[in-house]
Design a protein around this ligand. Structure first.
Ligand code: V55
Ligand code: FE
Length: 491
């Protein structure tokens, strides 16, 4: 078998582990809070086979679904591949058959026309079902108890979009799932499907609109009144893809835009508002209505955070030189032609987390990951962009108050999940995997799940769950309570 390339996509916390397993009764240091009763699901890209091309990237790796299960203070761990069509074909062949990231023209001819998605980005829970999602295809339903793959999810044949975002938004009051899919009609289609599934999981609305350019739309936001797509100039080009090149190339010279329409409205009501040139964002924290004003809080950078998307656009900026800020964009919807105003809220960072109850509403706290300016030495290698964050921030966007949890030297942290508390006035808990180096060998680290009081991150963890393993980096995770797990559709 060919070896894995020794690039940032396959070393450090991106070292292929490829092990499906289940371990019971992990070692717990400290006490698991009684509120933490349920499951923390994580999406973990982990190549089942060495890639076809040496310049392959972490975003192409096969999706694994991982689960930390919390029952009465005991913690069990399990991880399993999502058995996508692609995974099954490659398992049968015992080698990679799909080529470059989002480029079907580089595939082995035997898999022409087959589903390329690896379902490796976000576990999504809605209406009693668990899905593994990636923006280039439809989601796959997964059994939340056994982690076995149930199959591709298309709302009983109703969904027309060929894609489903890894960042849908659930309204905490109505229970509706608001989602979209871009390149909805297939490769390089400019149409975006905007969809709503009701609280019972029925697809009740699907409309398509055209985006102003062929951008990568990773996330979107809702408010009580609006559905909002901030988009950024990282663009696809069919000729480049046909020539075997990259799907995405970033452009510093083109504007960003906000597409905004009433969330229960018609796509013909969409307004496009121009934003700053050359900026990029993968994740919005939240958005909310404030009279006629709409505020959108986003993890903004001055260029694309992924090196391969910058390089395809001829942009040479080292990872550590990227500038950014947690940023608030505000628009006044009482104007016929609204414009965008911008102000910084906090330091640069990404992998933000909002309490589910605050989705689309005015809010006074959120969490995200950042680089600690006081940390000595280089960041821990690995993760989607090749360098792991090393600091967890809590921000009060109303007043700018920021508190931080720092990590041991050289450690990396992945996106936190939030567990609400049943105790009135208590802000709940954050769960986050922290990878702590054991030796100078970047593949040698210990993965621990830290539980932190959500409103007192500066105090550090109240409990550490020791896996005794070096786990491959996750992308996103989600918390599902015991009540919801017990009421799952798949038993
Ligand atoms: C992202 C992640 C992806 C992807 C596109 O975090 C964007 C951003 C894990 O896969 O395919
Ligand atoms: Fe994401």
């Amino acid at each position: 078998m060919a070896a894995f390339p020794q690039t940032i996509h396959f070393i450090g916390t991106n070292t292929p582990r490829r092990v499906e397993m289940a371990v019971r009764n992990l070692d717990v240091e400290g006490t698991i809070p009684a509120d933490v009763e349920g499951a923390f699901f994580r999406a973990v890209p982990d190549n089942a086979h060495p890639p076809m091309f040496a310049d392959d990237i972490a975003l192409s790796a096969d999706g694994m679904i991982a689960k930390f299960d919390f029952t009465g203070g005991a913690v069990d761990f399990a991880i399993k591949y999502v058995e996508t069509e692609r995974y099954q074909l490659e398992r049968e062949a015992r080698r990679a058959l799909f080529g470059k990231y989002r480029n079907p023209f580089t595939d082995d001819p035997s898999v022409a026309g087959k589903d390329r998605t690896v379902a490796n980005t976000t576990p999504v829970w809605h209406a009693g079902r668990l899905f593994m999602t990636k923006e280039d295809g439809r989601g796959y339903e997964v059994n939340p108890h056994t982690l076995e793959t149930v199959g591709k999810w298309d709302y009983q044949g109703k969904l027309k979009s060929q894609t489903f975002t890894a960042h849908p938004r659930i309204d905490p009051v109505t229970g509706e799932l608001f989602f979209f899919g871009y390149e909805a009609g297939g490769l390089c289609d400019p149409h975006v499907a905007y969809c709503i599934a009701d609280a019972d999981g029925n697809l009740v609305k699907e409309q398509w609109f055209e985006q102003p350019y062929l951008s990568t739309i990773h996330d979107f936001v809702i408010t009580e009144k609006y559905a909002i797509w901030p988009i950024f100039p990282t663009l696809a080009d069919l000729d480049r893809i046909k020539a075997g090149g990259e799907h995405w190339a970033h452009r510093q010279d083109l504007p960003s835009y906000i597409g905004i329409m009433p969330r229960y409205g018609d796509v013909s009501e969409m307004k496009w508002i121009e934003g700053p040139l050359g900026v990029s964002c993968f994740h919005e924290v939240n958005a909310f209505d404030d009279g006629d004003l709409v505020h959108i809080d986003l993890c903004l950078t001055n260029t694309n955070a992924f090196q391969f998307m910058r390089e395809a656009g001829g942009i040479q900026i080292a990872q550590q030189d990227i500038q950014g800020a947690l940023t608030r964009w505000t628009i006044d919807m009482s104007k016929d032609a609204p414009t965008l105003t911008e102000r910084p809220l906090g330091p640069s960072g990404d992998l933000c987390r909002l309490a589910d109850a605050d989705q689309g509403r005015p809010y006074n706290r959120a969490w995200y990951l950042s680089m600690n300016p006081k940390a000595k030495g280089p960041p821990m290698l690995g993760g989607p962009v090749g360098a792991n964050f090393n600091c967890l921030l809590r921000i009060e966007p109303g007043n700018g108050r920021i508190t931080a949890m720092e990590l041991p030297p050289g450690a990396g942290i992945s996106e936190p999940a939030h567990v609400p508390s049943k105790e009135a006035g208590h802000g709940g808990w954050l769960l986050s995997v922290v990878d702590i180096p054991n030796s100078p060998n970047p593949a040698d680290y210990s993965s621990e799940l830290w539980i932190v009081e959500a409103d007192a991150v500066e105090n550090g963890p109240v409990a550490k769950v020791k896996t005794g393993l070096a786990l491959r980096s996750q992308v996103h995770g989600t918390w599902v309570s015991r009540e919801r797990l017990n009421a799952s559709r798949v038993k």
